[in-house]
Ligand binder design. Structure first.
Ligand SMILES: NC(=O)C1=CN([C@@H]2O[C@H](COP(=O)(O)OP(=O)(O)OC[C@H]3O[C@@H](n4cnc5c(N)ncnc54)[C@H](OP(=O)(O)O)[C@@H]3O)[C@@H](O)[C@H]2O)C=CC1
Ligand SMILES: CC(C)=CCC[C@@H](C)[C@H]1CC=C2C3=C(CC[C@@]21C)[C@@]1(C)CC[C@H](O)C(C)(C)[C@@H]1CC3
Length: 446
């Protein structure tokens, strides 16, 4: 059953959204001034503070995770010495890792897929070979471990590696900012062209920066950082083996859960082409740092914590946590796949019978199935998994819960951003959807 709503009052929006007007769009972009572009993440102040505050947070969290108290309430540990911060081996490993993934990216493995239509009417092509990269990295790592490479030394190298990743993020963002002045205006992100250099550097000017066919944003989003995260986790596990002879159950659960999450992201790599990061956001410091430093060095803090703070886990506790992760994964995957399937082919038998609302853009919105339960069932599932990753670390410290707390804030903020964009796109139809499905992320709560 389909619900038709009056769309008259949204003709203007409709026209704005659909007209095939590359020229008008470019003109609109040119006409935008720093005053009329809506600013995100606290505007200029956010753009000034976040690039200072977040890198320090990364270093602080790593230091805290290995201190005996592991308390985020403790005073920041004394400033580390230069030897603790800098190790040339860390730089070699980091650059080598990025180069390896760049090589795997350009190898003719997997299929090639097209992204959404851009403002100039074209569609970019993307290699779908992230899962191959994960498997090849896994084989190479196993070979290295087999040859006796001390992977556990990643524990000692964590701080210098994070310092190098932060430095690379800054330099790379400067490069992206500078090169964005040589691209045509239709290649700029609508929100990253305010004219304020600090804000534009932070949020990203260019939408899809490429060197030839090599897409820098798409590459960074899923490869070196995401796969680096699970390699660091493996390093923490190997360190535990060095220290205690075998990996603990808690450590194995954290490793397996997060590997499953990363493998799932790469297996479903094509779906990332329709996320707001690829479609809407420019590639600036926020995403570069998020991809290359924030994800690999903060998402796996639980494993780093467990090296120094071993936890005993009962079989019942482990079974409960596995069940929670399983439920979270099921909700996350099913809801993401249902929407992807619906957006790709609304007539597919698995989604054709779902109830929908028509919108002025010609696209429909699901109001039954997963997307009829809450407006972001995928976020809900993701958060259940985040909780399951922290629970193996027990309840004595808040630090292993950093990810789930940060992620709740990130997803609430992301939901608000997405909601703004959807209201602008779909107008009245979006309001109808919100009335039909009143809860945003948590059923009956929020
Ligand atoms: N681990 C991490 O750090 C992060 C993980 N994520 C995860 O990434 C995944 C993707 O999230 P994200 O990119 O934020 O956004 P979503 O996958 O939730 O996509 C939002 C878009 O879906 C479409 N949509 C919304 N409601 C409906 C509906 N009822 N029917 C049909 N289409 C609808 C709209 O786009 P349109 O209508 O244009 O198709 C909307 O803009 C999530 O599972 C999230 O948890 C996200 C951020 C960080
Ligand atoms: C605090 C800070 C620096 C925030 C920057 C945000 C980024 C860390 C995240 C923005 C969107 C992301 C996505 C994933 C990782 C985190 C970032 C980059 C993602 C690749 C994780 C795996 C998922 O399955 C996903 C592919 C859906 C997801 C896409 C969005």
């Amino acid at each position: 059953m389909h619900i038709r709503i009056s769309l008259q009052s949204h003709l203007r929006l409709h026209a704005l959204h659909r007209r095939p007007i590359m020229k008008a769009n470019s003109q609109a972009l040119k006409n935008r001034s720093s005053h009329d572009t809506e600013r995100e993440f606290g505007g200029t102040l956010g753009a000034l503070c976040i690039p200072i505050f977040l890198p320090l947070t990364v270093l602080f969290l790593i230091s805290v995770s290995r201190s005996p108290e592991a308390s985020v309430l403790q005073l920041p540990p004394p400033l580390p010495s230069t030897e603790q911060l800098w190790d040339p081996l860390a730089l070699v490993l980091l650059l080598g890792w990025i180069a390896l993934h760049a090589l795997l990216y350009v190898m003719p493995l997997g299929k090639v897929s097209e992204g959404l239509v851009l403002r100039d009417g074209t569609r970019l092509k993307y290699p779908i070979n992230g899962f191959h990269s994960l498997c090849i990295s896994g084989v190479l790592l196993m070979l290295l471990v087999g040859l006796g490479a001390p992977l556990g030394c990643l524990f000692e190298l964590l701080v210098p590696l994070a310092v190098c990743a932060i430095a690379v993020s800054f330099l790379f963002s400067v490069y992206l900012y500078i090169r964005s002045f040589w691209v045509p205006s239709h290649a700029l992100a609508l929100g990253g062209n305010t004219g304020n250099p600090l804000y534009d550097f932070f949020i990203g000017r260019e939408l899809n920066p490429r060197i030839g066919k090599f897409d820098l944003k798409y590459f960074c989003e899923l490869r070196p950082g995401l796969i680096g995260w699970v390699v660091i986790n493996l390093g923490m596990l190997m360190k535990e083996v060095e220290l205690r002879g075998s990996p603990s159950l808690a450590m194995m659960l954290v490793n397996i859960f997060q590997l499953l999450y990363v493998a799932d992201a790469l297996w479903n790599e094509e779906a990332v082409l329709t996320t707001m990061d690829i479609v809407h956001d420019g590639f600036g410091f926020m995403l570069v740092f998020g991809d290359l430093a924030w994800v690999p060095f903060t998402y796996g803090l639980q494993a780093a914590f467990l090296v120094v703070h071993p936890q005993a886990l009962s079989s019942l506790g482990a079974a409960t946590i596995i069940a929670l992760n399983g439920i979270g994964y099921y909700v996350f995957r099913k809801s993401n796949s249902q929407k992807n399937q619906f957006r790709r082919d609304p007539t597919h038998p698995s989604v054709a019978r779902l109830e929908t609302i028509a919108t002025a853009t010609g696209k429909r919105l699901l109001v039954s199935g997963w997307w009829g339960l809450v407006r972001h069932p995928n976020y809900f599932g993701d958060l259940l998994m985040a909780l399951a990753w922290s629970l193996p670390c027990g309840f004595s410290h808040i630090l292993p819960y950093f990810y789930v707390i940060y992620f709740t804030v990130l997803l609430i903020h992301r939901e608000a951003r997405d909601e703004r964009q959807c209201r602008a796109k779909y107008g009245l139809a979006w309001d109808t959807y919100c009335r039909r499905v009143p809860y945003r992320i948590f059923p009956y709560i929020y």
